[in-house]
Design a protein around this ligand. Structure first.
Ligand code: CA
Ligand code: CA
Length: 326
């Protein structure tokens, strides 16, 4: 649209270098006659003024477009707005993955990697605690935990700095997300991101899986540093395997039968309402993506797991998203 004003009055090329100006009633000019007319007719003055105004308008409009903030936050990937097919009807799909249905999501940013032990330790140090009242954010005493407390400071255990944090409850994931100015993904956001722009595929890259593509089925028997396997089509790592990832939503096995078409969230009217009151949440929360312990069926992008938000487990971690603001 920015080019339209220029197209309306721009002279059309003609034979032998002559030009045709609609504003001058269809007269045809050679360059020599044109130069003479340019300084002698009021009509040409009008054309010149119009050209200057259109140039200014074009530059102003270009500046508007370029000034729209579109910088992707560090460590995140832009997942574009649009529809995708959520759920699965393949032979391995559970009843809660059906029916396949269309969902529209606004654009959002998603963490490139699962949140690491080093990142989570920084959060615990900032808060000076790993328990909030009676609720554990992080299970420091579990021998599986990869964060320890040394001289009152939290730190990743040696060699586990870049591994995904585990032994973190849903509350602990929510509190971390708020601290970094992000939030957990909705279940729909997680699945769209995991699909990497592909439609109807089992995994983040296609329909087949082997141990070169993801950390699963006890191939390594532990978490691995985030980003150890190839990314999906959106540039996201470990959406399949390594650790299960907490989502924002309550788990509802029947929700796909009447899911809202746009930006669905389960268990609250609005995302902001859920975030503002998250410590009061009691119902099970969705987990996605499978883990290093699980078989391929559970790593499918449409597979839906859930657990109580209080649980801290050796296979559960998370990553965050951030809304795109104009
Ligand atoms: Ca994962
Ligand atoms: Ca535990």
């Amino acid at each position: 649209m920015r080019c339209l004003p220029l197209l309306i009055i721009f002279p059309k090329p003609s034979k032998k270098g002559a030009v045709f100006f609609p504003a001058l009633k269809g007269q045809v000019f050679t360059p020599k006659i044109l130069m003479k007319k340019l300084f002698n007719t009021q009509k040409i003055h009008f054309v010149c003024i119009s050209l200057v105004m259109c140039f200014g308008f074009t530059m102003m409009n270009t500046a508007d477009v370029d000034s729209v903030p579109r910088a992707v936050p560090a460590g995140m990937v832009l997942i574009p707005a649009g529809e995708f097919q959520m759920g699965s009807d393949d032979a391995q799909a559970g009843s809660d993955e059906k029916p396949v249905h269309r969902v529209y999501l606004d654009a959002f940013y998603m963490d490139t990697y699962e949140v690491t032990n080093a990142e989570y330790a920084a959060f615990l140090n900032a808060k000076g605690k790993h328990v909030d009242g009676a609720i554990k954010w992080f299970d420091l005493k579990d021998s599986d935990a990869h964060i320890e407390q040394v001289d009152g400071r939290y730190q990743a255990k040696s060699g586990y700095e870049d591994h995904p944090v585990i032994e973190v409850s849903w509350y602990g994931a929510m509190a971390y997300a708020a601290w970094v100015g992000k939030r957990l993904p909705t279940e729909a956001e997680w699945e769209k991101a995991a699909r990497g722009g592909l439609a109807g595929q089992k995994y983040a890259w296609g329909n087949s899986i082997n141990p070169s593509k993801a950390n699963y089925l006890l191939d390594v028997k532990d978490t691995v540093p985030v980003g150890s396997y190839p990314p999906n089509g959106y540039g996201l790592y470990d959406m399949t395997g390594n650790v299960w990832e907490w989502c924002l939503d309550a788990y509802d096995s029947h929700v796909y039968t009447n899911s809202p078409r746009r930006n669905p969230i389960v268990g609250a009217e609005r995302i902001s309402e859920l975030i503002d009151n998250f410590m009061a949440v009691k119902s099970s929360r969705v987990l996605r993506g499978g883990s290093w312990f699980y078989s391929a069926r559970y790593l499918r992008v449409s597979y839906r797991d859930r657990d109580t938000p209080r649980i801290t487990y050796t296979l559960f971690g998370f990553r965050c998203v951030k809304e795109v603001t104009p």
